[in-house]
Design a protein around this ligand. Structure first.
Ligand code: HMG
Ligand code: MG
Length: 306
């Protein structure tokens, strides 16, 4: 049997952004900052803490500047934010973010619904955003949505994903995070996608950002690891969804990823119990249980809160 897994994985915790952007209720600033501090205490050293998008489009992220002003900047932890345009980039600079992310899609319809422009127009718009980031010495991550399917267009051709992915890297993104935005992909999709993508792109430049709508995310991650991808996006407790992808459920849960990687002997630097504690506090505010299977199993075992 071939075992070709990386020895270490870098986890990007997206719960405070991808997770909370989708919540119906307003989450108090203090609850957000407590959550972010708890995640940093758990050893998560890449935390997406907010987004500088239009508050009319995503009201839950409207307080991102306050979040960045309130969080303790733990040494060694990168606190990043999404920036869709110049206005968002300027706000991110003013807030003192450590890193930014631009976000494009492999589907025209999703691009229109999510950022109100075509893929080509978004890439053009990002040129100046990249320039502004470069002027500040900020690293830029790229997101690419709908890599395994779109809520409006259905199947997306791997070649289309490869085209936009290469453009984002050519523009200067240090990494592109592959979003299975609506969690429809299976290991079959993941193989097909990566067989195409890795013809021209190095695995070290890619991250896996899988939502778990159909319960396929961990299986897809194992495939991604076999192809040499060693950066995984996840959200504590399995928070998440996308406001412009109806039916999309949460990101793969950080607890489930850490439990799996621990069992595979792959280093993450993340303390599982401390992630459970972070989820416990946030889901206490949300007044519901995390979808994470590891959280549920470990809670039952301990018969208590974390
Ligand atoms: P637009 O309406 O075309 O923008 O939206 P506009 O330039 O015409 O401006 C309209 C108004 O918005 C103006 O205000 C602007 O000032 C304001 P008004 O004059 O009407 O009062 N505005 C802003 N305000 C604050 N911050 C800004 C900003 N920009 C304009 N940055 C826009 C275009 C891109 C702004 C909008 O579509 C938007 O904000 N979209 C973001 C949607 C979003 O955040 N989606 C979720 C994140 S993506 C995701 O979850 C997927 C991911 O997880 C990966 C995966 O799973 O696949 C990353
Ligand atoms: Mg997402």
């Amino acid at each position: 049997m071939t075992r070709n897994y990386p020895s270490k994985v870098s986890i990007v915790e997206v719960g405070p952004r991808d997770g909370l952007q989708n919540e119906a209720q307003t989450i108090p600033l203090q609850a957000k900052t407590d959550f972010i501090h708890a995640l940093a205490r758990a050893g998560l050293n890449r935390i997406e803490a907010g987004s500088f998008v239009s508050p009319k489009w995503v009201p839950q992220m409207a307080d991102s500047a306050q979040v960045f002003a309130a969080i303790n900047r733990t040494p060694g932890v990168t606190f990043s934010a999404l920036t869709p345009n110049d206005k968002g980039m300027q706000a991110a600079i003013n807030a003192g973010v450590d890193e930014v992310a631009i976000f494009a899609a492999a589907s025209e319809a999703f691009s229109q619904r999510n950022i109100n422009c075509s893929i080509a127009d978004s890439l053009k718009r990002f040129e100046n955003v990249m320039q502004m980031a470069n002027d500040q010495g900020l690293r830029v991550r790229g997101y690419l949505s709908c890599v395994m399917g779109c809520p409006y267009e259905g199947d997306i051709a791997p070649d289309k994903v490869a085209d936009v992915c290469k453009t984002l890297l050519d523009m200067g993104c240090y990494e592109v995070s592959l979003g299975d935005t609506i969690g429809v992909g299976t290991p079959g999709h993941t193989h097909r996608l990566l067989d195409t993508l890795l013809r021209d792109v190095e695995a070290t430049k890619l991250a896996a950002h899988f939502h778990d709508t159909y319960g396929q995310a961990l299986a897809n991650l194992v495939v991604a690891l076999q192809y040499g991808i060693s950066t995984i996006d996840s959200a504590a407790g399995g928070l998440g969804g996308c406001p412009y992808a109806a039916g999309a459920s949460g990101n793969v849960a950080t607890e489930d990823v850490v439990y799996m990687l621990n069992g595979m002997g792959i280093e993450t630097g993340v303390n599982l119990n401390a992630v459970l504690a972070a989820s416990n506090a946030m889901f206490g505010h949300l007044e519901r249980k995390p979808t994470s299977r590891t959280y549920t199993a470990m809670l039952a075992k301990c018969n208590r809160s974390f």
